[in-house]
Design a protein around this ligand. Structure first.
Ligand code: ZN
Length: 248
C-alpha cells in the first residue's frame, strides 16, 4: 500500500499531572522532534493535561495538533476517549463511560486489550458488546508496554470480526518513548485522523523494540523510585478497579 500521503499520530500519552514524568509542554516538544503530526494526551481520568498541551501548541503556533483525550478507568477495564470536550469521571460502568464519550462527539479506543499487567484493557466479551452497541471505534493492536507473545496477533485475529480501526500507540510516560509506536493515517490533520478512524483506514506501526524496551524499563523503575508520589492517586483508583474486576 502507498502510504506517501499518510501522517503519523501517537494517540496514548501521559504527563506528570497523573503518572507520567514530564509536563504537557515537554511532551509536545518531543512529539515535534519525533515528527508526529497529531498527538493525543490521554492522562488517567483527567482532560486538563490535554487542554494545557493544546493551549501551549496554539499559543506558540506549533506545527502539530493535540487531541483532547483521557484514559478512563471504568469498572470493566480502561478505555480511551478522544476528541473530548468534557471529562468522563472514573469508576463508571464501561458502557456508560463509552456512551458519555460518544455523546460529546468523541471516539472510543480500546487500550491494550488482553493484557493483564501494567494497566488492563476490557475483556473480549466486553469489547464484543461495546462493538455490537457501536460504542467502540478503534483498538490498540500495538502498545509499547505489551508483554507476552502473540498479543498483537490475538488482537488482530479478534479484530477480524470486529472491524475496529487498528491503532498503534507508545503509551509514553517519558518523552523519550514518544512516537516509538504510532498510527499512520491518510491526510494531515486531527480531523483527517478522526475520519480515518471512522472509516477504518488507520495502520499501526511498530519497529523491533526489544532493546529500547529493556532500557525504558530500567529508566522507569529508577524514576518511580525517585518520584514515588507521582503515582499515588492513580494507584488507589487502579487498585480499587482491579479488586472490583476480580470480584465480578
Ligand atoms: Zn496509558
Amino acid at each position: 500500500m502507498n502510504t506517501n500521503h499518510y501522517s503519523k499520530a501517537d494517540l496514548h500519552l501521559h504527563t506528570n499531572l497523573t503518572d507520567g514524568f514530564f509536563p504537557p509542554e515537554k511532551m509536545v516538544q518531543a512529539a515535534l522532534k519525533a515528527q508526529l503530526n497529531v498527538i493525543a494526551i490521554t492522562d488517567h481520568d483527567l482532560i486538563k493535561p490535554a487542554l494545557l498541551a493544546r493551549d501551549y501548541v496554539q499559543r506558540h503556533r506549533l506545527p502539530i495538533e493535540v487531541i483532547v483525550g483521557e484514559e478512563i478507568t471504568t469498572r470493566q477495564g480502561e478505555l480511551i476517549g478522544l476528541f473530548l470536550k468534557k471529562r468522563v469521571p472514573p469508576m463508571l460502568d464501561i458502557f456508560q463511560a463509552a456512551e458519555r464519550v460518544k455523546k460529546q462527539g468523541g471516539l472510543v479506543i480500546i487500550p491494550h486489550p488482553l493484557r493483564v499487567i501494567f494497566g488492563f484493557g476490557p475483556s473480549l466479551k466486553t469489547i464484543e458488546k461495546l462493538n455490537h452497541e457501536r460504542l467502540a471505534d478503534g483498538i490498540e493492536i500495538y502498545n509499547f508496554w505489551d508483554y507476552g507473545f502473540g498479543l498483537a496477533r490475538a488482537r488482530q485475529k479478534n479484530n477480524g470480526h470486529w472491524h475496529l480501526a487498528n491503532i498503534g500507540s507508545s503509551d509514553s510516560h517519558h518523552y523519550k518513548t514518544i512516537g516509538k509506536i504510532y498510527t499512520l493515517f491518510p491526510g494531515r490533520h486531527a480531523e483527517d485522523l478522526k475520519k480515518a478512524i471512522l472509516r477504518r483506514q488507520t495502520r499501526p506501526f511498530k519497529p523491533n523494540l526489544l532493546f529500547v524496551k529493556r532500557k525504558e524499563e530500567l529508566r522507569h523503575l529508577w524514576l518511580r523510585l525517585r518520584h514515588p508520589r507521582s503515582n499515588q492517586r492513580l494507584a488507589k483508583i487502579s487498585f480499587k478497579t482491579k479488586l472490583l474486576h476480580m470480584l465480578k
